[in-house]
Design a protein around this ligand. Sequence first.
Ligand SMILES: [Zn+2]
Length: 297
Amino acid sequence: MRLPCAALLLTLALPALARPASAEVPQVVTDIPPVQALVLQVMGDLGAPALLLEKGADEHDFQLRPSQMRSLSQAGLVIWIGPELTPWLDRALRATPAPTLALLDAQGTQTRAFASGEGDDHGHGGLDPHAWLDPQNALIWLDLIAARLSELDPEHAARYAENAVGAKARIATMDSEIASLLAPVANQRFVTFHAAYGYFTTYYHLQGAASLALGDASAPGAARLSALAADLRAGHYACAFPEVQHDPALLTQVMQGSSTKLGPALDPVGSSLDFGPNAYDDLMRRLARSLHDCLQP
Ligand SMILES: [Zn+2]
């Protein structure tokens, strides 16, 4: 009597136990708002990827909370730029078994090295991780994201592919609007808070931007500050742009005695914007609009 009963219980319990292992929409965790936006566009209404970076946070220097560590350990897939951008996430991922998709070194990603004077404080050039600011990469990543989601969830492969096609069309429209907006100011030189804009200025043929801080947004040294102050006083730059994640005081101090205009605060990672499927387009359009409005003669 006892044995069939136990067997019946086991049979009833099995489908429920087996469920997490079967193919279903993966729980995705993302690093920064533009990556979350691209994943959201590919997933559509199939799922909502989590985002680790919080409002107003610096992408290079962030502390994960215990609840975020838990969501990482339960993730079915972590989609992120890579260790070059977020060393804090790199450390956390070493402790989790979650599969990952690192976009910066994925096949097809267009990368650039930091120019001299842009990299980190140790004198490294190194790979510039701000690769989402080149819209060609967003197009490539949409296909990569759709392909990886389809591997994990083949049942919805057609939906992921179709959503990626729609997202690419939107980005192409955004790209041509930004290109026409920026063309008239392409020869104006400017200063930014940190060296995050190399992909953007290269892609849109803008004059190279100088930066107050290096590519990892670490504090600049005295020699760097005084050289920049001298260039500003010599009238080399039309505008200087602070960033929403950082106090503008250092920049305004360096600008003293120059006729350079103070532009609006830029947000290269979108941490001050509304998170969601539009965050990528929004970030790119706002960046273009801010540069244009200050740089136009
Ligand atoms: Zn950065």
